[in-house]
Design a protein around this ligand. Structure first.
Ligand code: SF4
Length: 279
């Protein structure tokens, strides 16, 4: 039941924002997997999408800007049987949190990262972000942005992600399917979601996306093929670009293989002595 993930708090997103359908898709994917609210954890960041901390009924940690990723890693290390889903914006993931993002992929931490990518900072009313396309006029780039845009999928593919996908907020059934696949992937999964910000992004409008977006027919068999597709800017493919099996961090780590850290007894640990070692 998708409704079991609703809370009594009404979302504050602008009418027409892509966040509405992204979170409908997420709740549908959770219901499809028969997950109950107490069976997973969501870690949010700072941003419009991350305000979902109040709008989804499960265990939620509302992190600091760009720091949701290490928090999610910590949760996963403490209980590696628990599904962990990060909801984060493009500014936080590819700006403030970029270092964390890269290193999570290297370790193949079994975490799902949903990036609500509207090509700017929406919560702070429309400043340019790492994915803002060069030349775009935003509140903080009145003459057009100077830097080249960061390419999330190319970056992820070059940095050992085992799952790289792109979705579009306004293709609900396709996005639900992608979130389902990302949640079920054993390893790090990046799902970059193209999300119109109707209030502040007057360049990447719904019409702009409708013109550019098309669906991949199959998953690329090799990483170079996926990488080449990720470099395209004339059209934007949605779907799974690449997926591979590789041992996850918890399956590589010998201590974690002996059991969950949260199950370890700590009553015999002499905390005083432990602290002494650091002073
Ligand atoms: Fe959505 Fe943009 Fe409004 Fe934020 S400012 S809720 S991203 S439309």
């Amino acid at each position: 039941m998708k409704n079991q993930f609703d809370t009594h708090i009404l979302p504050t997103w602008c009418p027409g924002c892509g966040n509405w359908s992204i979170f409908t898709a997420l709740k549908q994917a959770l219901a499809k997997n028969n997950l109950q609210p107490h069976e997973f954890v969501v870690v949010t960041d700072i941003g419009c999408s991350s305000n979902a901390a109040d709008f989804i009924n499960t265990y939620v940690f509302h992190g600091l800007h760009g720091r949701s990723l290490p928090v999610a890693t910590g949760i996963k290390l403490a209980n590696h049987h628990l599904p962990v889903i990060v909801i984060i914006g493009d500014g936080a993931c590819y700006g403030e949190g970029l270092n964390h993002f890269i290193n999570l992929m290297r370790g193949n931490h079994n975490i799902t990262v949903l990036v609500c990518d509207n090509y700017l900072y929406g919560l702070t009313t429309g400043q340019y972000s790492p994915t803002t396309i060069k030349g775009t006029i935003t509140k903080s780039t009145p003459n057009g942005s100077i830097e080249e845009a960061l390419n999330p999928l190319a970056l992820a593919l070059a940095n050992q992600t085992t799952f790289a996908a792109r979705g579009y907020a306004f293709d609900l059934s396709h996005l639900t399917n992608l979130i389902d696949k990302a949640i079920n992937h054993q390893g790090f999964s990046l799902l970059d979601i193209l999300q119109p910000c109707v209030s502040f992004n007057k360049t990447q409008t719904v019409a702009w996306y409708q013109e550019k977006v098309y669906k991949l027919k199959t998953v690329f068999k090799t990483k170079p093929e996926a990488f080449n597709e990720s470099l395209r800017t004339d059209k934007l493919a949605i779907g799974i670009f690449y997926q591979e099996d590789r041992l996850t961090y918890d399956r590589e780590d010998k201590v974690l293989q002996k059991g969950l850290l949260v199950d370890k007894k700590i009553d015999k640990i002499n905390i005083g002595k432990l602290v002494e070692g650091f002073v």
